[in-house]
Each structure stands twice: as structure tokens, then as C-alpha cells.
Design a protein around this ligand. Structure first.
Ligand code: ADE
Ligand code: ZN
Length: 337
């Protein structure tokens, strides 16, 4: 990849819409927090923890990811994790971020909901004040747990409703189809929350259909398996339903064998509003610009694809119209220069 294209892609203004904040916890910070909080880890040091990051599939990653999150106990821990991510995102020219968080991973361990959201939200406020990076929070329900558990989590979230823009669905996809959460998503829709769901990462196209039709989500997280179903591909393209694609994640979790096999270009060519995101950057080998560089190096993508991906990221964002327009104009000005 030539240096000019790399600089163009890294320097362009962008939004990140698929980042699990617990997946931004770097091994060094995991060990710092473990020490600070007196939490014992099943790994003696950073290097051995990193060596465990060789995943067979989504579940083998999730087991380690939930273990890593066990060091998060206090509001300041959630703040430090989020602040570290936002500093990296700012360096990658991210102007707006929609952050996933998994409250059940913490409330199950006895950490209060207010502690979790308080620390994350305080870092978002500080980053906006310091760098002008805007942020919003999307609360994810863990799909390996029951709908009743998700409903109880929604109840705990209600006092913090103003800090939450939407809800999502993550964790073990296979065997946990979207329709398992029909009632809780219907309730969230009544509450005016924006709706997204992970679907078609490991799971079949049928899960994307039910995320759209039963949950009525506005964006699909991953969704890369949509190309196996031509009617679905057409539906996503015609309805301009964005996909938040995470290329390095897909290779690490063996959705694709190699980055050169990734279907990002095919998605764009099918008319789908794909975006590029990092998913769990501390675990998958890089932040958003690392993902952009990886796909631009491996696939025949050029300047117009870069512009489309930057525009898609802001078009897909849950931003007020005026702010969205200002950011889209910033992209156009960047590419006109
Ligand atoms: N939680 C964190 N990362 C995830 C992913 N890629 N898929 C499902 N759940 C997740
Ligand atoms: Zn994800």
C-alpha cells in the first residue's frame, strides 16, 4: 500500500460505531488494575496473557475477555479504561464514537450499575471537553443469558436513561438467536432507545433477518455473512441498513482465514453501507486505523472507498442532524483538499 493512501486513510475524520469498551483493556492495564485491586489473575505476567490471545472462535475469545474484565471494580477503573481508549481513538482521527458496554459482566460480580456507567460516562465527558470527540453509550445485553436477565438489567439502567443512546446484543451468537430477546427489545423501542444487534458474525443469515424483522434494529453489528443470502443482501442495500464491520476481529476469530479473504469490498460493491471498526482492539491486534490499514493493504481499495467508508461511518451514527451534517462536510472538505 502506498504511503499516500495510508496517510489519507489514517488522517481522515471518522466515527467508530463498534467498540466494546471492555475489549479495549490492554494487558498492561489489566495487570495494573489487578495489582491496584488485589485481584488474582490466572496468568503470571503480561507476556503469558498475550500468548493466550490465540483464538479458535468467538467463544474461546469470550472466555478470556470476561476473565480480563474481572479486574474492573471501581468507578476509576472504568474511567481509566475508557480514557485510554479515547486517547487512542483521538490519535486515529475519530471524531465520534458509540461505545458498547456489557453491564451484566460487572453486575454479576457485584459491581453496581452506577459504578460502571459513571466511570465510562465521566471519561466520555472529559474527552469531549479536551478533544471535541463526541461519544454515546450503547448498553449490550449478553445473549448467552436469559431474556429475564436482560429485562432486569434494563430496569437497573432506567435511572441512567439519559446517559444511554441505545441497546445492543452481544456475546455467544450461535444457539442464541435475536428472537430470544424480542420482548426486551420491544420494551427498549417503547423507551425511545436506538436498537442494534450483533448478527451474522458466526451465526447464519437467518439471524440477520430476525434482528431486522423481530428486533427491528437500525444497524447490524458484523453482518458479514449476509452475502450468503442474495435476498438479504438486497434488503440491506435497499434499506441502507449499516453494517459495522470489524476486519481484524473477523480474522482473529476465524470468520475469515486471512485478511485478503475478507468480504468488505464485496459488501461495498453490493451497495451495502459498511463501516470499519475495531470491535475489541486490545485483543485483536489493533485500533480503528490498524483495521483500515489492514484492509486497504490486503484488498484493492482506493481513495473513493476511503471516502465512502468515512461518509458511511457518520451517516450510520446516532447523531443529531446538524452535528452529522457538520461531520459529513468535514469529510468532503478533507477529500477535496
Ligand atoms: N463481545 C465482545 N466482542 C464481541 C464479538 N466480536 N462478538 C460478540 N460478542 C462480543
Ligand atoms: Zn462486537
Amino acid at each position: 500500500m502506498d504511503q499516500q493512501l495510508r496517510d489519507l486513510v489514517c488522517g481522515m475524520p471518522k466515527a467508530e460505531l463498534h467498540i466494546h469498551i471492555e475489549g479495549s483493556l490492554e494487558p498492561e492495564l489489566i495487570f495494573d488494575l489487578a495489582r491496584r485491586n488485589g485481584v488474582a489473575l490466572p496468568y503470571p505476567d503480561v507476556a503469558s496473557l498475550r500468548r493466550a490471545y490465540a483464538f479458535r472462535d468467538l467463544q474461546s475469545f469470550l472466555d478470556i475477555y470476561y476473565a480480563g474484565a474481572s479486574v474492573l471494580l471501581h468507578e476509576q477503573d472504568f474511567y481509566d479504561m475508557t480514557w485510554a481508549y479515547l486517547a487512542r481513538a483521538h490519535a486515529d482521527q475519530v471524531r465520534h464514537v458509540e461505545i458498547f458496554f456489557d453491564p451484566q459482566t460487572h453486575t454479576e460480580r457485584g459491581v453496581p450499575f452506577a459504578t460502571v456507567i459513571g466511570g465510562i460516562h465521566r471519561a466520555l465527558r472529559d474527552a469531549d471537553a479536551r478533544w471535541g470527540i463526541s461519544g454515546a453509550l450503547i448498553m449490550c445485553f449478553l445473549r448467552h443469558l436469559s431474556q429475564g436477565d436482560a429485562m432486569a438489567t434494563l430496569e437497573q439502567a432506567l435511572p441512567h436513561r439519559a446517559m444511554i443512546i441505545g441497546v445492543g446484543l452481544d456475546s455467544s451468537e450461535r444457539g442464541n438467536p435475536p428472537e430470544k430477546f424480542a420482548d426486551v427489545f420491544a420494551r427498549c423501542r417503547q423507551l425511545g432507545l436506538r436498537l442494534v444487534a450483533h448478527a451474522g458474525e458466526e451465526g447464519p443469515p437467518a439471524y440477520i433477518w430476525s434482528a431486522l424483522d423481530t428486533l427491528q434494529v437500525e444497524r447490524i453489528d458484523h453482518g458479514v455473512r449476509c452475502l450468503e443470502d442474495s435476498a438479504l443482501t438486497e434488503r440491506l442495500a435497499r434499506s441502507a441498513t449499516p453494517l459495522t464491520v470489524c476486519p481484524l476481529s473477523n480474522v482473529k476469530l476465524r470468520v475469515f482465514d486471512r485478511i485478503g479473504d475478507h468480504n468488505l469490498l464485496a459488501l461495498l460493491e453490493a451497495g451495502i453501507a459498511a463501516t470499519v471498526n475495531s470491535d475489541d482492539p486490545a485483543y485483536f491486534g489493533g485500533y480503528i486505523n490498524d483495521n483500515f490499514v489492514a484492509v486497504f493493504e490486503a484488498l484493492p481499495l482506493g481513495r473513493e472507498h476511503a471516502r465512502a467508508l468515512a461518509m458511511n461511518s457518520f451517516n450510520a451514527a446516532f447523531l443529531p442532524a446538524g452535528k452529522k451534517q457538520a461531520l459529513l462536510s468535514e469529510v468532503q472538505a478533507y477529500f477535496a483538499a
